[in-house]
Design a protein around this ligand. Structure first.
Ligand code: M6R
Length: 624
């Protein structure tokens, strides 16, 4: 984040960084003018509060250091870090400075050629004081500015970005330009906040929404020069650049905890609304419509193969897309983690549709998969929760999930919203291909709408008993998850939630694979969560899973079974039965996932962990 204006910059920055902490929280720092023609930089490993503890306050508090002049500074920058190069220590925290301490920089992304640049600087006698890729940018800027101070800071930044390779969104300040902040964007997002006599720049509007709701989104390879009077945007060659001004209309309250201890718990409860909001307005005159479509119907009709690419939880939503799209459209669908997809030379052409799923719309692996697909002339459809993010911007068609801001690092409401969005995409394709008549599409759509009530009923019925169960099992060494058919992605997702929040060994398996290896893991007292299919749907699947439960019980497992209300056949085999409403096959993953989210959150809480900010993770993974 950067600020230039009339308020005390340090305060603006700290408040802004609180809102950005979800992006990374292993260290933080700020740099402001020191009132003596230099910069005052404070950095601290750990959460933002560690930084706050070392910042100058009113000059009275004993713990603080630094000058009180810094408190009056009205220009500055700040950062919360998610480490890529070098451990999360004080010295690796941003901002980084040049040797004189007159230039400071904060950075998101990875400078891929930093080793060569570092060697070049060291050969010139520059001493680098951190392990980061970022620090080279501060030294390069100092050098470029010193070479021609009259050309200005923006020209110096332009010279620096011309030397960098990789992903870099950078914010610079120079002590000799006390009323100026210059930022450059390649890859990671950057938005400018336009105030009265003050300007902001940040990764997310949340950082400055308390001060202004007028914003400008920076495009790829653009540089913005901020002074209290305004912003000038140019491209990396110095030409005036086009920008996209917008007004932020969402309420910051929506991002507050709403009475819960953790955002994640609030976000779990918001799922019925997230589903309803995602579905709303997508059936128009009997046809399913996307939010943006830059493809003709004929181009869509020409599609003969679908790839779904995504990471983490979004990948699990993608696995469910396969069941729906293949079933409704009779077209082959492959689902792949984005980081693997682009490196294995997938067979793509203009009749391939790549569906990219990403909550943030900025996940580097997914974004690069999208770019690779487009280079091969494939069509790309994005499912995204962030309006105007890079992935939808680079796609041919977009369907937004309207789950609202998700602050907890663990995806919950955005997962179920992604699943429902995948189903909408399936219906849109089915109507285009003519594999479903309008009345069939309308019936399926109504089925999707029924999911909101079903999820609301799960929330009413299962939250408390599931929490009690989680507390009972919180000290387990490991937990396994089993499912078949659409229950398999649910098992994977249940295991991922437990891993990332409770730091517990958790694995999800296709129940049919049990006998091919994983059953060797079963030992006395091991909790195994089983996601049962409905006995009314495919009875054969239900019977097979019952057999799997018997097999693990015989080997001493504790069985926790998520099953449909009224499924009496499973009761004798379930040490703990979690009953969910009876719904259609494709809706079942939505209702079955909710108790597993609650379970993971409560196990984590019982173990004393921060549910919203699990260790080593960040909400948006903008590096590969
Ligand atoms: O923003 P994205 O949907 O692209 O993020 C993908 C994953 O990083 C994300 O789903 C991650 O796995 C979550 N922390 C899981 O809860």
């Amino acid at each position: 984040m950067g600020y230039v204006g009339w308020r005390p910059a340090q305060e603006v920055l700290v408040n802004g960084l609180r809102r950005l902490e979800y992006r990374g929280y292993d260290s933080a720092g700020v740099a402001v003018a020191d009132g003596k023609g230099g910069l005052e930089v404070h950095r601290a490993a750990g959460p933002l509060d560690n930084l706050v503890a070392v910042l100058p306050d009113d000059g009275v508090a004993g713990t603080a250091s630094g000058s009180s002049a810094a408190l009056r500074a009205t220009t500055g920058m700040g950062h919360t870090r998610w480490a890529t190069h070098g451990p999360p220590t004080d010295r690796n925290a941003h901002p980084h400075t040049d040797a004189t301490g007159r230039v400071a920089v904060v950075h998101n992304g990875i400078i891929e050629n930093f080793a060569a640049l570092r060697a070049e600087l060291e050969a010139e006698g520059v001493e680098l004081t951190s392990d980061t890729d970022t620090e080279v940018a501060a030294h390069l800027l100092a050098r470029a500015f010193a070479a021609d101070p009259d050309a200005g800071l923006t020209a110096a930044v332009r010279a620096v970005v011309a030397r960098l390779q990789g992903a870099f969104t950078l914010v610079f300040t120079h002590a000799e330009r006390p009323d100026e902040i210059v930022a450059a964007r390649r890859s990671s997002p950057l938005v400018v906040g336009v105030g009265q006599g003050e300007m902001f720049v940040a990764s997310d509007v949340a950082a400055f929404i308390d001060h202004t709701r007028d914003a400008v989104e920076l495009g790829q390879d653009q540089i913005v020069t901020l002074t209290p009077e305004g912003a000038v945007v140019t491209d990396f060659h110095g030409e005036t650049a086009k920008t996209r001004p917008f007004h932020v209309d969402w309420d910051i309250e929506a991002a507050e905890k709403g009475g819960h201890d953790f955002f994640m718990l609030k976000e779990i409860e918001e799922q019925p609304t997230a589903l309803a909001d995602t579905l709303r307005g997508h059936l128009v005159d009997g046809r399913v419509v996307l939010d943006e479509q830059r493809l003709s119907d004929q181009e869509l009709r020409d599609i003969d193969k679908v790839f779904v690419v995504a990471c983490g939880t979004a990948y699990h939503a993608g696995l469910l897309a396969k069941y729906a799209i293949e079933h409704w459209c009779r077209i082959p669908v492959e689902v792949e983690v984005a980081s693997e997809f682009r490196y294995r030379d997938p067979v793509l052409d203009r009749s391939t549709l790549v569906v990219a799923i990403s909550q943030s719309g900025e996940t580097a692996d997914t974004l690069e998969a999208v770019r690779h697909a487009r280079e091969q002339k494939a069509r790309v459809l994005a499912i995204c929760n962030t309006n105007g993010a890079q992935i939808p911007r680079e796609s041919d068609a977009v369907l937004y999930t309207h789950a609202g801001p998700e602050v907890g690092v663990a995806a919950t409401k955005t997962f179920t919203a992604q699943v429902i969005a995948c189903y909408l995409v399936g219906l849109a394709l089915a109507q285009t291909f003519g594999t479903k008549y309008a009345d069939e599409v309308a019936r399926e759509y109504a089925e999707l709408e029924s999911s909101t009530d079903a999820v609301a009923r799960v929330l009413e019925a299962v939250v408390e008993p599931t929490r009690a169960l989680a507390r009972e099992l919180a000290q387990s060494k490991a937990v396994l998850f089993l499912g078949r058919h659409v229950g398999f992605p649910v098992a994977l997702e249940g295991a991922l939630k437990l891993k990332e929040l409770a730091y517990m060994h958790a694995e999800g398996f296709a129940a049919g694979e049990l006998k091919h290896g994983p059953i060797a893991l079963i030992e006395q007292g091991l909790p195994v969560v089983v996601v049962m299919p409905s006995p009314k749907g495919r009875a054969i699947l239900h019977q097979k899973l019952l057999s799997n439960i018997r097999e693990i019980q015989a080997r001493g497992a504790r069985t926790i079974v998520v099953a449909e209300e009224g499924d009496e056949t499973v009761r004798p085999f379930a040490e703990h039965l979690i009953e969910v409403p009876s719904v259609s096959t494709l809706i079942q993953p939505l209702v079955a996932s909710v108790p597993l989210q609650v379970f993971a959150a409560e196990v984590a809480r019982s173990r004393g962990y921060d549910v919203d900010k699990p260790r080593n993770l960040a909400k948006s993974v903008t590096v590969e």
